[in-house]
Write a protein that binds this ligand. Structure first.
Ligand SMILES: C[S@@+](CC[C@H](N)C(=O)[O-])C[C@H]1O[C@@H](n2cnc3c(N)ncnc32)[C@H](O)[C@@H]1O
Length: 196
């Protein structure tokens, strides 16, 4: 069976089963943390009404349905992945985030698995994070997930100038940095916007 056909079947199966509450995916610990702990905290906290989720793929297709009571917007570079996005979906690069959102308008940006997964150019990384900073409201939250592996770290986090405008923070019961999986060395960092 070809890979494309296998993937199509997997996507169809996921779409059909998740709709009835059955999850056939094998979840790594970082994905479990994202979906079961981080999302649960975001869902119940009324401070987060307008959420931007960056980067979509087949395994994120049900995420919008988890946030029915919120404004959940997705943004993804690849047009063919729009079918995995929310009703409010943007086809563009995250480097252009300020073209789509007013300054100080977002309560939360989920930026997971994009740094080092297509967003690799240092100036594009700076532009994206500066744009996220501008788009977040004061007290807004950035959830930054990445893999601390040599081939998925385009530059050290400490070297990202735009990140210095954001303040590390805790989120619910979670500390500001969580080492969520040693399989792929996935890390979640939480930041808040304290200055305009
Ligand atoms: C590893 S997947 C992560 C998907 C999702 N964010 C998650 O949590 O699983 C990386 C995704 O980021 C997208 N991506 C890469 N560079 C991007 C950019 N500059 N702007 C928007 N999306 C981008 C890729 O097309 C891909 O779908």
């Amino acid at each position: 069976m070809s890979m494309t056909l296998k993937k199509r079947i997997r996507v169809l199966l996921h779409r059909a089963t998740i709709a009835i509450g059955v999850d056939t995916r094998k979840l790594r610990p970082d994905r479990q943390l994202l979906e079961r702990t981080i999302f649960a905290q975001l869902q119940r906290d009324p401070a987060y009404q307008c959420i931007l989720f960056v980067g979509c793929d087949w395994y994120t297709l049900h995420y919008p349905s988890l946030f029915k009571t919120k404004r959940f917007v997705t943004l993804e570079l690849r047009p063919e992945c729009a079918k995995f996005g929310a009703k409010e979906h943007i086809i563009d690069s995250c480097t252009n985030v300020t073209a789509h959102f007013e300054a100080n308008s977002l309560d939360c940006v989920v930026f997971n698995g994009v740094f080092g997964f297509g967003l690799d150019d240092p100036s594009a990384i700076e532009r994206t994070l500066a744009g996220i900073h501008e788009s977040l409201r004061l007290g807004g939250l950035l959830i930054f997930g990445w893999n601390d592996l040599p081939d998925t770290v385009p530059l050290p986090l400490d070297d990202i100038v735009a990140l210095r405008d954001l303040t590390p923070c805790t989120f619910g019961d979670l500390p500001s940095v969580v080492h969520s999986s040693e399989v792929n060395r996935h890390r979640f960092h939480f930041y808040t916007k304290e200055n305009r």
